[in-house]
Design a protein around this ligand. Structure first.
Ligand code: SAJ
Length: 447
């Protein structure tokens, strides 16, 4: 156990760090170079911070060191130039931690339904940092997690170093707000929330984040910041579930849910657009609200909205399967022998990510019923999710016209849905992707 630094060192710790942040001579560590960490690293390097990445995946670390981009939201040339100038480097280990003035954790916090959150990445990384922690360092957790992680899990581990939080080192939580593919809101112009374990940490965190982010909102604690993030995603999950439930009701009432919602969203205040779909995918919305549910249960509190939202959203793939059966029966075709083209399998529009995509469950359900499924997705060339091992088929008129049903599961922008409708026998559109198609409407059924 290292000796706690003398009072003099403690007093100057913040005094040493702040000027280095202000003149950008501080070295910034980014642990986890994924869809959050790599854009973050580029943003910091662009304003002159030297960035040391820690990426456990050796292929990714090697790609970064060769200036090769693998994250869509990162500009290839920017990364290449920053690496060439020595502003960004990636290691697979933690030897560089002592050199870092700021250490930002952007590691996965996976959550499997109904089980406690899996925080082994956060814990493991924090332990590696604690072994090398020195006075004056700022540690920030950006990963989405249950309220309490920073103060209850990370702080005690870091203090095993003998250093004291908010005196010798600084600890904050600033949740990432990356919306993959969003061209309007980037890391730089998306307001950032910041919570800290004490006033010195808040000052250090604010000094750091305001270097590259236009607006930073300080909160009273790290726990409050953790709850803000989980609430944001719970807000989305609950509202998506609300419109999905409306879709189920409209189906029974023989009403067009898209017409009803489009009309509702003409109201200029007090409402915001959400749309039904084949389910909720990605690694945030389906899972993040369950951090809150898990934490609340530990406090003997039931978060009914979260449970209900999850239940409804998880029902949607089966509803799509049932609706496909109904459409095929109306066409006089047996679902068990139908040929179906799934159009779009990514978890959301214009994404190349099929993780947790509802399309996977829909395809598996239809395959289990005996249907013969192929898919086309311009962004997903191979589908290796769940029990599936499929390749994207070229979207040709022969392919489309040879199918009994075209099932639109993701509404990618570059598909010409009018062209698809002109060659298809029938289309089941779960995303209202064909809303601009005037002709052949009789061949199109909407969710
Ligand atoms: N979805 C619907 N209907 C909607 C909106 C979304 O069915 O009205 C579906 C999508 O198709 C997708 C899923 O829900 O399958 C999630 O979509 P999303 O865009 O909410 O989720 P992510 O994971 O791409 O990004 C979200 C961010 N999105 C927005 O704020 C618009 C934000 O919540 C977080 O910054 C991010 O998750 C995260 O990393 O937490």
């Amino acid at each position: 156990m290292s000796e706690a630094p003398r009072d003099k060192e403690r007093v100057t710790a913040l005094g040493t760090l702040l000027p280095r942040i202000d003149d950008h001579s501080a070295v910034v560590g980014v642990v986890g170079l994924g869809y959050v960490g790599l854009p973050f690293a580029v943003e910091k390097a662009k304003v002159g911070f030297r960035v040391l990445g820690v990426e456990q995946n050796p292929e990714r670390a090697a790609k970064v060191n060769h200036g090769e981009n693998y994250i869509r939201d990162v500009n290839d040339n920017e990364l290449r130039e920053l690496v060439a100038k020595g502003m960004i480097r990636a290691d697979t280990g933690f030897d560089g931690v002592a050199e870092m003035d700021v250490i930002v954790l952007c590691v996965p916090t996976p959550l499997t339904r109904n089980l406690p959150p899996e925080l082994s990445y956060v814990e493991g990384v924090t332990e590696e940092i604690a072994k090398r922690l020195r006075p004056g360092q700022l540690v920030s957790l950006e990963s989405t997690t249950y309220p309490g992680t920073t103060e209850e899990l990370m702080l005690p581990i870091l203090e095993r170093s003998g250093l004291e939080a908010d005196r010798d080192f600084y600890l904050v939580h600033s949740p990432e707000r990356v919306d993959p593919g969003n061209k309007r809101y980037t890391t730089k112009n998306t307001t950032k929330v910041l919570g800290a374990v004490g006033p010195n940490s808040l000052e250090a965190g604010r000094a750091f984040y305001t270097q590259t982010i236009e607006q930073v909102v300080p909160l009273s604690s790290a726990k409050a910041a953790e709850l803000v993030k989980v609430f944001e995603n719970t807000f989305r999950a609950v509202n998506i579930a609300l419109v999905n439930e409306l879709a189920l009701l409209c189906d029974r009432m023989d009403l067009n849910v898209w017409e009803v919602l489009e009309a509702a969203f003409t109201k200029p205040f007090g409402i915001m657009p959400f749309w039904p779909g084949p389910g909720v995918g990605g690694h945030c919305i389906p899972l993040d609200p369950h951090y809150l549910e898990w934490k609340a249960k530990g406090l003997n509190f039931n978060t009914h909205f979260i449970a209900l939202a999850g239940e409804i959203n998880r029902k949607m793939p089966e509803f799509v399967r049932d609706k496909a059966h109904r459409v095929l029966n109306e066409l006089g075709l047996a679902p068990s022998r139908a040929k179906i083209l799934a159009l779009g399998v990514a978890y959301k529009k214009d994404s190349e990510d099929a993780r947790e995509s509802p399309a996977v469950e829909v395809i598996e359900l239809l395959q289990r019923d005996g249907a013969e499924i192929v898919y086309h997705d311009p962004h997903v060339s191979a589908l290796r999710e769940g029990n599936l091992a499929m390749e994207s088929q070229p979207l040709t008129s022969e392919l489309v016209s040879s199918q009994d049903l075209v099932l639109i599961l993701t509404d990618h922008s570059e598909i010409d849905y009018g062209w698809v409708a002109s060659h298809a026998k029938h289309v089941l559109d779960t995303r209202n992707a064909t809303k601009g198609v005037q002709e052949h409407r009789e061949r199109i059924t909407l969710l």
